[in-house]
Design a binder for this molecule. Structure first.
Ligand code: NAG
Ligand code: NAG
Length: 373
């Protein structure tokens, strides 16, 4: 575990980073608000949760871009960082850092995403005999509560808030992946976990609706990644049957079909919201398709290794639950930019950059995202 004085020093360096950042800011948005899990968390998990990954506060996390750990579950920047950069906005400070530093400036954006977060509330899992709070207690509804509390510091009247939010970009996720991860990791079958999907999608759509009600106009709602390609699943759900794997890319077919199912229900739910709120621009971000682009054509994107983690504790996919990235016995690859998976669960900066580019170019967003310039 990280020692306490180390964590304090780490948190204060994190805070000064967000204060010193300077920004040009000539794009279409005044600010960005982000919700989600570890795919989007820029440091909140350092401040909350019964579960603290002891390794994310140390190198090699952060080695590629920041040169030091930031609380991001990657070697560098996340999708939300690349989006902020593209729009000329600062990298989003984690909301919970304000508990320790009151000078933080959230007017250009703030991030409510927390590693480990689920879309559904903990009670849903408890009723089904699943324990999730040991990983995270900050479901999407908790993050929405933070946002609703926080907004009084930006704007007072509903009209003022609506004006502010109309010039902001809202990223609602990715969220929902952990709802399935926790169930799969506790041994539930794909058929069983499929029954959760309509409920998870409803929670994401409901959060989107709540944001629109408060004045959000531009929203991006990402779907799930192809989880059948991730080293954690390839390791823990390995199959003796060759036909369970996609012949071309080596991914687990049934798990990728599961992600596709989630994504199709999510898109249908978003279409309903578009009809109900025609003034809002509700964009679906196809993380799955954007990832499949480099999974199916790795050489076009500089990747040489798609199924193994860059950082991990060995085994066929360099993923070992008893020796996670950063633990004694784990090793880091020489060039993370040639790997898609960073630690077997999360992606490398190179992979996140590819997905963000795919979104900003408009290929993997429906309707296309508003262009930065
Ligand atoms: C999780 O949050 C709920 C509501 O805020 C609280 O009642 C509960 O004690 C929390 N559980 C843990 C394990 O932190
Ligand atoms: C996983 O890590 C543990 C702890 O370091 C080690 O004992 C075990 O042999 C590793 N398993 C594989 C498959 O490498």
């Amino acid at each position: 575990m990280a020692s306490y004085p180390f964590l304090i020093a780490f948190i204060s360096s994190l805070c000064s980073f967000y204060i010193l950042q300077t920004v040009s800011g000539s794009g279409p948005y005044r600010s960005i608000f982000s919700f989600g899990d570890s795919l989007a968390d820029t440091g909140n998990s350092l401040f909350t949760g019964p579960f603290r990954n002891p390794f994310v506060v140390r190198l090699p996390y952060g080695q590629t871009f920041f040169g030091h750990p930031t609380g991001r579950f990657s070697d560098g920047r996340l999708i939300v960082d690349f989006i902020a950069e593209a729009y000329g906005l600062p990298k989003l400070p984690p909301y919970l850092a304000s508990l320790h530093n009151h000078r933080l400036d959230f007017r250009r954006g703030v991030n409510f995403a927390v590693a480990g977060a689920t879309a559904l509330i903990p009670a849903f899992f408890q009723e089904r005999g699943l324990n999730t709070v040991r990983w995270s207690n900050n479901s999407l509804s908790v993050q929405m509560g933070w946002f609703e509390q926080f907004k009084s510091s930006l704007c007072q009247t509903p009209q003022e808030c609506a004006d502010y939010f109309a010039k902001s970009l809202f990223l609602v996720g990715e969220i929902g992946g952990n709802d399935y991860n926790y169930a799969f990791l506790q041994g539930l079958s794909i058929a069983h976990v499929r029954t959760f999907v309509p409920k998870v999608v409803h929670a994401v759509a409901e959060a989107t609706r709540r944001l629109i009600k408060q004045g959000a106009v531009d929203l991006v709602v990402p779907g799930n990644l192809p989880i059948g390609c991730s080293p954690i699943y390839l390791t823990l759900v390995s199959s003796p049957k060759k036909e369970d794997y996609n012949r071309r890319n080596g991914c687990l077919k049934a798990l990728n079909r599961f992600s596709e199912y989630h994504n199709s229900l999510l898109q249908a739910a978003l279409e309903k919201l578009r009809q109900k709120y025609p003034h809002a621009k509700i964009v679906y971000a196809d993380y799955y398709g954007a990832a499949m682009r480099f999974i199916d054509h790795p050489q076009h994107f500089g990747f040489t290794n798609l199924n193994s983690a860059c950082c991990g504790g060995g085994g066929p996919y360099n993923f070992n639950l008893s020796a996670l990235c950063g633990a004694t016995g784990s090793t880091v690859c020489i060039d993370p930019s040639t790997f898609a998976s960073w630690d077997g669960i999360h992606l490398t900066e190179a992979a996140y950059r590819n997905i963000a580019n795919g979104m900003i170019e408009g290929y993997y967003t429906t309707p296309p995202m508003t262009l930065p310039h």
